[in-house]
Design a protein around this ligand. Structure first.
Ligand SMILES: [Zn+2]
Ligand SMILES: [Zn+2]
Length: 258
């Protein structure tokens, strides 16, 4: 599997893009501001968007992608929809707050209700999906809104993305014993903001260490969703913890092959 990191920041600033990962050119995992760096051809190649939860930094690209690719799709001999997969509560939030004909036109009914560019597909935690040749599992997450993560089977083991989450014992139970090629886990805040991490359903370095201690896998761990301006503090605090496993920060533009 080919993985492109389009965005892995907790918010925006120059050179910071919010969460978006592109798998094998056709499956997007979250649609943060990182999608804005894709060409129109690259956007038009996307068939599926997996959405971890309803927060703006993960969904804002969805209505804009629908708008950008619609003309291309209408020119193709067979009309291809953009399939958006998420938990039912997340789909309801997209319908009510984005595709509501106020914030953005309702692309779940455009260009016509019979042949709409966006199709919303409900997911459940534990479900396995086959999308664009990839075997994808929906993982539990613990956040302030209904949320999930995703695991994708690759030739080198599972690629695991936690989504936005606080402490999540259920996830480590589910992953126990598996071969993991890469774990992408959020660490949104530094330890100076431990209390904020707790109330907002995120992790900070000391909480990250407690999470990783629950999984005895030989894996490479990449941290994501660090707030702009906090990277030095977060990576310094992680280094000071002296964890056994290699932990490194993801960067926009990173590309991996698993
Ligand atoms: Zn969130
Ligand atoms: Zn987020």
């Amino acid at each position: 599997m080919d993985l492109r990191v389009l965005g892995c920041s907790g918010s925006i600033a120059k050179d910071s893009r919010t969460t978006s990962f592109l798998l094998d050119d056709r499956v997007l995992v979250d649609a943060g501001t990182g999608v804005g760096d894709l060409s129109l051809d690259e956007l038009a190649a996307i068939d599926h968007i997996l959405v971890s939860h309803s927060h703006l930094d993960h969904v804002l690209g969805i209505p804009l992608i629908a708008d950008s690719i619609l003309r291309r799709r209408l020119e193709e001999p067979v009309f291809r929809t953009l399939q958006v997969h998420a938990l039912p509560a997340t789909l309801e939030a997209l319908r009510r707050h984005l595709f509501n004909d106020v914030i953005w036109p309702d692309f779940t009914r455009l260009p016509s209700p019979q042949r709409a560019i966006v199709q919303l597909q409900p997911l459940a935690v534990g479900q396995h999906l086959q999308l664009a040749g990839l075997d994808i599992e929906v993982l539990p997450a613990r956040h302030t809104v209904p949320a999930c993560g995703f695991a994708v089977q690759t030739a080198s083991g599972w690629w695991v993305y936690t989504g936005d989450t606080g402490p999540n014992a259920e996830l480590w139970q589910r992953l126990r014993g598996r071969r993991i090629a890469q774990l992408v886990i959020e660490t949104a805040f530094s330890d100076d903001e431990h209390a904020l991490a707790e109330v907002s359903g995120h992790l900070c370095p000391s909480m990250l260490a407690a999470e990783l201690a629950q999984l005895d896998a030989d894996m490479r761990t990449a941290i994501t969703h660090v707030k702009p301006g906090e990277m030095a503090a977060v990576t310094g605090q992680i280094a000071a913890l002296g964890m056994d496993l290699p932990v490194f920060p993801l960067a926009r533009g990173d590309r991996f092959r698993f």
